[in-house]
Design a protein. Structure first.
Length: 224
């Protein structure tokens, strides 16, 4: 997998850096800084994966890999991966090659290059806090695009970092790290709140549930 410079790919999304993602982000940061061990995220995947699944903002494919390591209750018959950057797409696709994934390089804020009502489940983990915007309301086009491709009754789920608000337990270290990531342009979540997250989800989906663990909001919903 070549690690060639790509002007459209920040250094954190290049293969050599992604090699550290599982250990530093999904391991140390999730457990000790965000106070939401990755097991919580894997559990959401296991409980809500449908036969034909779309994952948006794919990271390294670690969560999907763990969720499908044992035969899931609903086996995957189709896997679709969508990301803005080539590094995560190639890394995740290689890791999940046993599922023969189809990959799409696209901006999650634009309509997805997929047929309407074609996905049984759609996951978006640790993407929302990266999208530019002064708050979740400005980023909610992501939910519009998800709603367009999810089948009626399909599962929609994800997770995002929140810096503050009711029920959010962000330690001094978590707030400092999020602030540093915002300054670097890797995150854009200073104005994100759990209230806005719930409101935007309820506007588009049914059976919305939002659970905050540490400073991570995990959500599940059902497509209309």
């Amino acid at each position: 997998m070549p690690d060639t410079p790509n002007p459209s790919s920040p250094v954190i999304y290049r293969p050599r850096t992604l090699a550290l993602y599982d250990t530093l982000v999904l391991g140390a940061s999730c457990r000790w800084v965000w106070r939401c061990p990755a097991e919580n995220l894997v559990e959401v995947y296991r409980d809500h994966l449908g036969p034909v699944h779309l994952d948006i903002g794919v990271g390294t494919g670690h969560l999907l890999d763990r969720a499908t390591a044992a035969e899931p209750a609903t086996p995957l018959t189709g896997l679709h991966l969508l990301d803005t950057y080539p590094g995560p797409l190639s890394t995740a696709a290689q890791r999940l090659s046993r599922h023969q994934p189809r990959t799409y390089r696209a901006d999650a804020r634009t309509p997805f290059p997929l047929a309407p009502a074609s996905m049984d489940s759609v996951g978006s983990t640790f993407l929302l806090h990266c999208l530019p915007g002064r708050g979740i309301t400005e980023k909610a086009v992501l939910f519009d695009n998800i709603a367009a491709v999810a089948v009626r009754g399909g599962a929609v789920f994800g997770a995002t970092l929140l810096p503050h608000g009711p029920g959010v337990h962000a330690t001094v270290q978590a707030r400092a790290l999020m602030d540093a990531y915002n300054r670097a342009g890797w995150l854009s979540n200073r104005g994100d709140t759990v209230g806005d997250l719930k409101r935007e989800l309820h506007a588009r989906f049914d059976q919305v549930q939002v659970r905050v663990v540490g400073c991570v909001a995990l959500w599940t919903a059902v497509a209309r």
